[in-house]
Design a protein around this ligand. Structure first.
Ligand SMILES: Nc1ncnc2c1ncn2[C@@H]1O[C@H](COP(=O)(O)OP(=O)(O)OP(=O)(O)O)[C@@H](O)[C@H]1O
Length: 314
């Protein structure tokens, strides 16, 4: 069955008036695809995954088409539950629509496949960290959810359970499910994703689509996109020192700065601007291609949309 989850201009912040963790995120996750989410620590990967898992709602924008059955391995699994591993996974199976016996059978099957069969009857709070992680994975897989969201799900698993999870991810995608994952090991499923998105400065700074040849690891990643950062500073101030490699910077005598940087270096560029003395007030961060298009429209006297993202204070 063909379906897709669509994020339209999605933003997330954790308190009203607080910092936007994610902003202006447009993303489509289609059935039968594997998507990897990358980004530095604290960039918002887990936040994006929680939105896709439906356990958090966006503060701005819309998420459409979330399938009814979703499996989610959170970054931190609440292991101190008073249930046995089997009872917990069976319970999740029922939540996903399996009837009693079928839920229990599937629970046993997943626990055994992951190597957790011997402690299916152990209370969750008595399990070791790695064993508890196997239960975290089993509870996400039971009932074969259409969308599987894995937040560092391999962490803590032993080698054979890791290999099983690799295998299961491939199976789910081949069966028409969608899998979205974050993983710190770059070698994990390295040639498998259909797309890789990178979060920087609160938005999806980079999106690399991969075709069937790339699945076999033979196609180079597309050109790295550049971001354009616009900021206002003190009239007469020159270009700021310490910009990352690959940055191109223009400053008008009035103190209006236009800086383009490879997307991967945008966090470093923003930090440089925000830490400079005298300071820079960052007005917008946009993909360079989109900024060019808006400039062209403006030159023709047409309408200009609002900047997609504000990255600085105020
Ligand atoms: N429940 C919350 N309440 C307040 N702030 C939060 C909450 N969850 C996340 N944040 C903040 O949002 C930002 C992004 O966090 P998130 O966990 O999504 O990043 P991440 O990319 O997954 O990081 P890591 O690689 O370290 O796991 C961080 O600054 C974090 O402090």
């Amino acid at each position: 069955m063909s379906w897709a989850v669509t994020l339209d201009d999605v933003g997330r912040r954790y308190r009203a008036g607080g910092r936007w963790v994610l902003r202006g995120v447009d993303l489509e996750v289609r059935a039968g695809t594997l998507l990897r989410v990358e980004g530095g620590n604290g960039s918002g990967k887990s936040t994006l995954l929680r939105l896709l898992a439906g356990v958090e709602a966006p503060s701005a924008g819309r998420i459409r088409g979330l399938p009814g059955t979703r499996g989610y391995v959170p970054e931190r699994f609440p292991a101190a539950l008073p249930l046995t591993a089997a009872a917990y996974v069976t319970h999740l199976g029922r939540v996903r629509g399996l009837r009693g016996r079928a839920a229990a059978r599937e629970s046993t099957r997943w626990l055994e496949r992951l190597g957790a069969g011997p402690y299916a009857g152990t209370r969750m709070r008595e399990l070791s960290k790695g064993s508890s992680q196997k239960v975290a994975v089993a509870q996400a897989l039971v009932g074969r959810p259409a969308l599987l969201v894995l937040d560092e799900a391999w962490t803590g698993l032993d080698q054979s359970a890791r290999a099983v999870l690799d295998e299961v991810v491939r199976e789910r995608v081949a069966e028409g499910g969608a899998v979205v994952f974050v993983e710190h090991d770059p070698a994990r499923l390295a040639a498998a994703p259909d797309a890789v998105v990178r979060i920087a400065a609160g938005g999806l700074a980079e999106r690399a689509e991969r075709g069937p040849r790339a699945r076999a690891g033979t196609e180079p990643r597309p050109r790295t996109p550049r971001l354009r950062i616009e900021a206002r500073g003190t009239p007469g101030a020159g270009a700021p020192a310490g910009l990352p490699r690959g940055a191109r910077c223009r400053v008008t005598p009035e103190g209006v700065l236009s800086l383009t940087v490879p997307a991967a270096a945008s966090d470093a560029a923003l930090r440089t601007l925000l830490a400079a003395h005298p300071g820079w007030h960052v007005r917008s961060v946009r993909e360079e291609d989109a900024a060019r298009e808006e400039d062209a429209v403006q030159e023709r006297g047409g309408p200009v949309g609002p900047a997609r993202e504000e990255a600085g204070p105020g």
